[in-house]
Ligand binder design. Structure first.
Ligand code: KG4
Ligand code: ZN
Length: 357
C-alpha cells in the first residue's frame, strides 16, 4: 500500500499568519491534524484595511510560534513530514516572503520537498479536504482579495470563466461597512444589519450586469453607496442601505453565476455537476441561500466548505501541496514570491478603467 502523505502548510499572503499539518486518508480526502490561524484584525482595525508593513511585521513576529504550535498540536515532529507547502503568491510580497522563506529553510534543512503553492489553488482545492469531489467542478471564489469564477479541471489545470474588473466582493462589503461606520472587516455586520432593514428602500446600480459575460464589477455600486451614505437620516436608514446593498449583491451574483453555469455546461458533460463556493464572503447566509436556489434550478450540487476552510488558512495550502506532490510537481528553493500569479495564465488581465468587455 502506498504511504499516506503528511504535509506542513504555511500561509502568510495577507493578514493571517497560519500553519497546519494535513495527512492524506485512504479514501482520498484529508485529515487536518492541526490548523492554527493567527489573525491580524486587531492590528489593522484602526486603519480600516490591511497595511502591508504592519502585516509583514506581524507575520515575522508570529510565524515561528504558529508553526511550532501546528506541529505540537499534530502530535508529530518535523521529521515525520513528507513535504513543506508554503504560499508563494499572489499577495503582498513583503508578507509572502516571510512564510515562503521559513518554508524553504525547513525544507532545505530537513532535505524534504518544497511546494510553492498558489494561494488561489489552495482555495480551489480546499473543498476536497473533507469531501470526495470529482473534477471538473465550477468554483466561485469570493474573498476580501479575490472574486473569480473558475472551472477547476484538475490539479494545476484551471480555466478562468470570469473575474471582477475592479473591487473584490469582500472589499465591496468592507467599503460599504466603513461608510456606515462599521469597523473593518465589516462584512459580517452588514449581513446582521441587512436583516433589520428594508431591502427595497434604496435602488442601487448593478454594473455590467447585462454584458461582460460572467465578469463582475462593484466600483459603481460603491460610488452609489457613498453618495447615499452622506445623506442618511437615522440608524434605520443605515439598516435599509445594508439590506439594499446585500440584495443588489445577491442579484448580481445570481445573474453572473447563472452565466458561469451555462458556460461550464457548454463544455463539461458530467452526470453530476458540482458548484463550490469558497472564500470569506461565502459565510454570508443570504448569499448561500441565493446560490443554493440557483444551483437547484440549474441542477448543480452546491458545496460550501466549512468556514474555517473557506477563509484564509494553511490547511488548504498543505492540501494543495499534497495534491501537487502526488502528480510529481516539486519546486526548488529559489522559487520567488509572486505578487501577481493567475491560475489561468491564458486569461487576459482584466483590471482598470476603460476596459472593453
Ligand atoms: O477569505 P477571507 O477570510 O480573507 C481574504 O480576504 O482572503 O475573506 C474575508 C472577507 C472580508 O472582506 C469580510 O468582510 C468578508 O470576507 N466576510 C463577509 C462575511 N464574513 C466575512 N462578507 C459578507 N458577509 C459575511 N457574513
Ligand atoms: Zn484567500
Amino acid at each position: 500500500m502506498k504511504k499516506k502523505l503528511t504535509f506542513l502548510g504555511i500561509e502568510t499572503s495577507c493578514d493571517e499568519t497560519a500553519a497546519s499539518v494535513v495527512r492524506e486518508k485512504s479514501d482520498g480526502t484529508g485529515e487536518i491534524l492541526s490548523n492554527v490561524v493567527s489573525s491580524q484584525i486587531q492590528e489593522h482595525k484602526e486603519f480600516g484595511g490591511v497595511v502591508p508593513e504592519i502585516a509583514a511585521r506581524a507575520h515575522v513576529e508570529k510565524i515561528e510560534f504558529v508553526i511550532k504550535k501546528a506541529i505540537n498540536e499534530s502530535n508529530l515532529n518535523l521529521k515525520n513530514l513528507d513535504g513543506i507547502a508554503a504560499t508563494a503568491g499572489p499577495g503582498l510580497i513583503v508578507c509572502l516572503t516571510v512564510g515562503l522563506n521559513i518554508g524553504k529553510a525547513i525544507a532545505g534543512s530537513l532535505n524534504k520537498p518544497l511546494l510553492a503553492v498558489n494561494h488561489l489553488e489552495g482555495h480551489a482545492l480546499s473543498p476536497k479536504i473533507n469531501k470526495k469531489i470529482e473534477f471538473p467542478y465550477l468554483l466561485l471564489l469570493i474573498s476580501g482579495g479575490h472574486t473569480q469564477f473558475l472551472q477547476v479541471n484538475g490539479v494545476n489545470n484551471y480555466k478562468r470563466l470570469g473575474t471582477t474588473i475592479d473591487d473584490a466582493l469582500g472589499e465591496a462589503f468592507d467599503k460599504t461597512a466603513k461608510l456606515l461606520g462599521i469597523e473593518f472587516p465589516g462584512g459580517p455586520k452588514i449581513e446582521e444589519w441587512a436583516r433589520k432593514g428594508n431591502e427595497n428602500y434604496f435602488e442601487l446600480p448593478k454594473p455590467i450586469l447585462k454584458r461582460g459575460g460572467c465578469n463582475l464589477s462593484f466600483a459603481g455600486l460603491k460610488t452609489a453607496v457613498l453618495k447615499i451614505s452622506k445623506n442618511l437620516k437615522n440608524k434605520e436608514e443605515k439598516y435599509h442601505l445594508a439590506a439594499s446593498f446585500q440584495k443588489t449583491i445577491n442579484e448580481i451574483l445570481y445573474e453572473k453565476t447563472n452565466i458561469a453555469m451555462k458556460e461550464f455546461l457548454k463544455v463539461i458533460r458530467n452526470k453530476k455537476n458540482t458548484f463550490v463556493i469558497a472564500g470569506g464572503v461565502a459565510a454570508n447566509l443570504s448569499i448561500r441561500e441565493n446560490l443554493t436556489k440557483l444551483s437547484r434550478e440549474n441542477q448543480f450540487s452546491p458545496i460550501f466548505p466549512p468556514t474555517n476552510l473557506c477563509s484564509d488558512n494553511a490547511a488548504m495550502i498543505a492540501w494543495a501541496g499534497i495534491e501537487r506532490f502526488k502528480i510529481n510537481l516539486v519546486d526548488n528553493l529559489e522559487f520567488p514570491s509572486k505578487a501577481r500569479w493567475p491560475l489561468d495564465s491564458s486569461a487576459p488581465f482584466l483590471k482598470g478603467p476603460g476596459l472593453k468587455l
